[in-house]
Design a protein around this ligand. Structure first.
Ligand SMILES: Cc1cc2nc3c(=O)[nH]c(=O)nc-3n(C[C@H](O)[C@H](O)[C@H](O)COP(=O)(O)O)c2cc1C
Length: 318
């Protein structure tokens, strides 16, 4: 399973874990990397203390390569400089214009990974000199492009555009069959979020893990409602795929009304303070129904590789 992605980062398997903000901690990144994949810490909006702690955990737990991801719209150049001091093998940027930050990464030994949600973003990522592009289809869990298209259609289009630049497929990949599909679409690997969120290493509650294991793909929907409720200043062009919940049922398609309803917003804050899953976002992809167990991230990497090999062999046997 050697690909240009595995060669670039000197890793064994073409599997990356998504830098899920606040949830993909140092333990998860290290476990994925120890399993032969490429683990990434989700530094989100760039909280320094959180990043320092989690990068320290990753460094202590693995000698393999690992990375750090940020939300591009929420950071400044200092966040990149701060992260590079921890010597990650890659910096991943998603959701926003990477141009102001690209040269800082290029001036370091770290690779620049850019996640894109449409072809315009893919072109800009190539212009910015991405070493690796993550093509995120609309099946994905978490934030996505408002006009995103499905992974099966989007990945080959980005592969065609990217030429020699390796592309990772993201969105709706949760097992070895998905990795095999990604490779046959021309991707150099797959990046998985939801699958690695449902592991003991991820920084999530037992209740949230239970909700993921119980859900099916049709229990997810793309919305801005929960970002409005929690007051998260996400750019309008990036809604998020979450599990449906009673708060969403009440406020779906009523974004403007919600923004100005102080009673509802207060009710949300009260529920969120206790992590009430009837209100808070559980970011999850259309592949969530394929996830039935919470097992270690290292084991997941091994299982995905073995299943992908079987799937590829089966697909070419007649
Ligand atoms: C819980 C969760 C949090 C996420 N947070 C981030 C983030 O902070 N930064 C980022 O680049 N992508 C984030 N993503 C999106 C992933 O990078 C990726 O596109 C997505 O997980 C791929 O789809 P999948 O969930 O089907 O594997 C998040 C995804 C999930 C499920």
């Amino acid at each position: 399973m050697r690909t240009t992605f595995t060669e670039q980062l000197s890793i064994r398997y073409p599997i990356a874990s998504a830098p899920m903000g606040g949830e993909a901690d140092g333990a998860l990144a290290a476990a994925v990397s120890n399993g032969g994949g490429f683990g990434m810490i989700g530094a989100g909006r760039g909280n320094r203390d959180w990043l320092a702690r989690e990068a320290g955990i990753a460094r202590a737990a693995t000698e393999k390569a690992w990375g750090i991801g940020f939300l591009t719209w929420a950071i400044d150049a200092d966040a990149i400089a701060y992260a590079l001091d921890f010597e990650p093998a890659a910096i991943m940027l998603s959701f926003g214009d990477p141009a102001p930050f690209a040269s800082r990464v290029h001036d370091s030994p770290a690779k620049l990974i850019l996640q894109v949600t449409d072809l315009d973003e893919a072109r800009r990522a190539l212009d910015a000199g991405a070493d690796i592009i993550v093509a995120q289809g609309s099946d994905a869990g978490g934030h996505c492009g408002e006009n995103g298209i499905g992974t099966l259609s989007f990945v080959p289009a980005v592969v065609d555009l990217a030429g020699p630049t390796p592309v990772l497929a993201a969105g709706g990949i949760a097992d070895g069959r998905g990795l095999a599909a990604a490779l046959t679409l021309g991707a150099s690997g797959a990046l998985l979020g939801t699958r690695f969120q449902a592991t003991p290493e991820a920084l999530v509650s037992a209740e949230l893990t239970g909700a993921l294991l119980a859900a099916d793909g049709q229990d997810t929907e793309i919305n801005r409602t929960l970002d409005i409720a929690r007051g998260a200043p996400w750019p309008h062009r990036y809604p998020a795929r979450t599990l449906t919940n009673p708060f969403l049922d009440e406020w779906r398609d009523r974004d403007d009304e919600l923004r100005s309803d102080t009673t509802a917003l207060e009710r949300y804050r009260t529920a969120a303070a206790t992590g009430d899953l009837d209100a808070v976002p559980v970011w999850a992809s259309q592949a969530v129904g394929l996830i039935k167990t919470s097992v270690s991230a290292e084991r997941i990497v091994a299982e995905i590789v073995a299943e992908a090999e079987r799937a590829l062999a089966r697909a070419t046997a007649d």
